[in-house]
Each structure stands twice: as structure tokens, then as C-alpha cells.
Write a protein that binds this ligand. Structure first.
Ligand SMILES: Nc1ncnc2c1ncn2[C@@H]1O[C@H](COP(=O)(O)OP(=O)(O)OP(=O)(O)O)[C@@H](O)[C@H]1O
Ligand SMILES: [Mg+2]
Length: 238
């Protein structure tokens, strides 16, 4: 059961939105999803409260560096994908969660500030590789992309990342009212009222492409047969 964290040391990069899109899309496709809400703003926990039960999806709201490995262990047999939403910080919980992840997704908006927040997470990943011999796969996903965002700004960020050898997902997450709306109304893109929210179909297509790309990187069966990364990490952490 892959553990996927969303990290960017800068606040407001789009982590929570991207995490919820991935979680709800995978749950819609029938995968059992556990979201671990480690964002102190608790947007996903609030979303969960207003949504009521969502098939295949559960949310763990209270998490600490000590409890995180326990949650993962306890929920492992009933979860296909863990999705961890992290604070816009580089603190102990972020470091612990990244250390327990099979993949870290770093949402980046087309602005210099976001690239800096992403760089802090990339530095952390590099340090883990050097010092703890933990080589954690990671990718950047460009977020809040509009036709207004100049390709020049996007290309500059992509170029910077490519120069560092960072994988950038083919699918970017667009700037969409429907994505914001989920936090207002609860539910998923599949339960949104398409007569009240514009372009729900495009939003669904976007979320589906994003989830498919992530699943291609981490097909459940392959990761399961490789065994969980939790075990080597627990040995290191002990
Ligand atoms: N793709 C998107 N389309 C429209 N609005 C978005 C999108 N992504 C993020 N937003 C909006 O931008 C704001 C910040 O997004 P979000 O909460 O996902 O970022 P975050 O990285 O989790 O922030 P924090 O670091 O504070 O936890 C929110 O108001 C959210 O609704
Ligand atoms: Mg957040």
C-alpha cells in the first residue's frame, strides 16, 4: 500500500487541493484510501465532516510524529493508498512523513516563491538520501495552471527542475472553481452539481489524468509485491 505525501515548504502551494483530488479520484475508482491529515489547518478533516461518508475513503485527523507510523501500520491491511497532506513547513512531522513515504508529490505553482518552497523539500530529500540512505522517489506537479499563466514562467520552472533531475508530472492541475468548491460543499467531483459549478467535466478529466499518472508510477500490486517501505524505515528509526 503506497504512502504518498504532498509536500511544499511554502504555504498555499496547492497541497491540500491536490491531495484531496487524488484521494477522491482513487476512491471513486474503487481503491481503499486513507487520508492522513497532517495539515494543521485541517481542511481535509473539515471537508470530511461536511461530506459525510464517502465510499472507500477514511480520514485520520489527529497525527503526530509518534502516531504516524502506528496509523500506517494499523490501517495497512485495509488501505490501498495512503495519502498524507502536510503543513506548508519543513518540520519534524513533514520530515517523518516524507521518510515513511513511497513517493512525495511536490505541488508547485508558477511563481518563484513556490519554487523556493519546493527547493526546501528537494533539499530535505537529498539530505535523507545522503545521511540516512533513504532514496525516496518524488515528483513535482504544476498546479493552478491557467491559460493565463505564461508558458515562459512555467518553462522557467520546468527548466530549473529538469536541470536538477527532478521528475515533473505530465499532468498539471488546472485552476478550477470545481476544485475550490469541494471544500465548500463537501463530496467529490462526482457528486458536485454540474448545473451550479462550471466545467465539472473538465475538472473530472483533469483529476482522472492526475490519478492515472500517479497510479502508473505506483500500481498497487507491484508495490505490494515489493513489500512495504515501512519496515526498513522502522528499523532505521528504532
Ligand atoms: N487547482 C486549484 N484551482 C483552484 N483553486 C485552488 C487550486 N489549488 C489550490 N487552490 C486554492 O488555493 C488556496 C491554497 O490551496 P491549498 O489549501 O490546496 O494549498 P496548501 O499548499 O495546502 O496550503 P497550506 O500550506 O496552507 O496547507 C485555497 O484557497 C485553494 O482553494
Ligand atoms: Mg494545506
Amino acid at each position: 500500500m503506497p504512502v504518498i505525501s504532498f509536500a511544499n515548504a511554502k504555504g498555499g502551494a496547492g497541497k491540500t487541493t491536490a491531495a484531496l483530488l487524488l484521494a477522491t479520484e482513487l476512491a471513486h475508482q474503487g481503491f481503499r484510501i486513507t487520508i492522513i491529515d497532517a495539515d494543521p489547518q485541517k481542511w481535509i478533516s473539515q471537508w470530511c465532516e461536511i461530506s459525510g461518508p464517502v465510499p472507500n475513503l477514511s480520514v485520520i485527523s489527529e497525527v503526530t510524529t509518534a502516531s504516524l507510523p502506528c496509523h500506517l501500520r494499523e490501517m495497512a491491511s485495509s488501505t490501498d493508498y495512503f495519502i498524507i497532506d502536510l503543513a506548508g513547513a519543513r518540520d519534524a512531522l513533514v520530515t517523518t512523513a516524507i521518510g515513511l513515504s513511497n513517493h512525495v508529490i511536490i505541488p508547485v505553482q508558477g511563481s518563484a516563491m513556490d519554487a523556493k518552497g519546493a527547493a526546501q523539500i528537494l533539499d530535505l530529500l537529498a539530505q535523507m538520501k545522503d545521511k540516512a540512505k533513504l532514496d525516496i522517489p518524488h515528483s513535482v506537479v504544476l498546479t493552478r495552471v491557467t491559460s493565463m499563466v505564461t508558458t515562459r514562467a512555467m518553462l522557467a520552472i520546468k527548466g530549473l527542475l529538469a536541470a536538477k533531475g527532478v521528475n515533473v508530472l505530465e499532468t498539471s492541475i488546472g485552476e478550477r472553481v470545481a476544485f475550490k468548491e469541494l471544500f465548500e460543499t463537501g463530496g467529490t467531483l462526482h457528486t458536485l452539481d454540474a448545473t451550479k459549478v462550471s466545467n465539472v467535466d473538465k475538472a473530472k478529466d483533469n483529476a482522472r489524468s492526475f490519478a492515472q499518472e500517479v497510479m502508473r508510477m505506483m500500481p498497487v500490486r507491484v508495490v505490494r509485491s515489493m513489500g512495504s517501505k515501512l519496515f526498513p524505515f522502522r528499523r532505521n528509526a528504532a
